[in-house]
Write a protein that binds this ligand. Structure first.
Ligand SMILES: [Cu+2]
Length: 287
């Protein structure tokens, strides 16, 4: 019985000489190509046989696209409404409320050294949540260093959501100050950007950060509720952008925040300060 089968296999092999001489890679590839053409998840395809990966020349589709964070002043009507829509969706599903409560907890996230890396993770997680509803929405930045943006962004003025956190209900309110006040706060930015030491840079940025929070007023002026205001994310995206600009400037010279041990852990998450150093690994960019 076994002998017969062995003979049959040999016959098969001689009937298909092109297969007979093929290497193991080619054989596996031939077996897997039909599987590739059927609709299935990528993880299942990998499970079936990771060897076919060598045959795929273009891997771009495996990686998430880079989010282009834009100046809020240049957003199209569609981009504006997409941001507000996605924000409302993650408010409705409870994700935003959870983020607000995390921000209300004590994670030493407003110290000079932790402010920027901690909030970089915070914004990344928020942006990921937005992508559950709008894969092409990115956090816009509010560039209050530009004279033409030294007022509250008009398109968000009427957006005053009620945010339900696991513990509270927050009705967003605000009372923006005069444009001159914001211009005066923002005028300190160039001094911050000229610093050649991370601590000096971050200390000044932290001050500007807080002053803008207070300038917007209401919900934004209270760190225990501020992320409930949709403008919180635009404000912090601008701070994050300034940090990235400084980091890549001759003054910043790729200096990282002076954090070590548990100070370098961006709790309550498992991200560490080194994870925040390259924004490309967090799939966003500033344009
Ligand atoms: Cu904060």
């Amino acid at each position: 019985m076994a002998k017969t089968r062995a003979r049959q296999v040999r016959v098969q092999a001689t009937k298909h000489p092109e297969r007979h001489g093929a290497g193991i890679e080619d054989m596996l590839l031939q077996r897997n190509l039909p599987a590739l053409t059927r609709s299935m998840t990528f993880s299942r395809m990998v499970k079936e046989n990771s060897r076919f990966l060598i045959a795929i020349k273009d891997l771009r589709w495996l990686f998430p696209p880079v989010c282009q964070r834009k100046d809020q002043a240049v957003l199209t009507e569609t981009e504006r409404s997409r941001y507000v829509c996605a924000f409302n969706m993650i408010n409705n599903d409870g994700t935003l409320g959870q983020l607000v409560d995390v921000h209300a907890e004590m994670h030493m996230q407003h110290t000079n050294a932790r402010l920027l890396p901690w909030h970089r993770v915070f914004l990344f997680l928020f942006e990921e949540a937005l992508h559950n509803y709008h894969p092409d929405v990115c956090i816009p930045y509010w560039d209050w260093t530009k004279p033409e943006e030294q007022h509250f962004p008009d398109w968000l003025a009427g957006v005053l959501p009620t945010v339900h956190t696991p513990t509270r209900t927050i009705a967003v309110i605000r009372s923006p100050g005069p444009g001159g006040g914001l211009a005066s706060i923002a005028s300190n930015t160039s001094t911050a950007m000229s610093k050649t030491n991370y601590g000096d840079f971050s200390g000044l940025i932290n001050g500007i950060h807080g002053s803008v929070h207070i300038w917007v007023g209401g919900t934004m002026s209270d760190a225990s509720v501020s992320p409930a205001d949709p403008v919180f994310w635009l404000h912090h995206a601008n701070l994050d952008r300034l940090w990235w600009t400084w980091y890549n400037s001759p003054q910043g010279n790729h200096q990282n925040p002076p954090l070590s041990g548990s100070d370098a852990l961006m709790d309550p998450w498992t991200y560490t300060e080194p994870d925040t150093r390259n924004i490309a690994t967090l799939h966003f960019n500033y344009v």
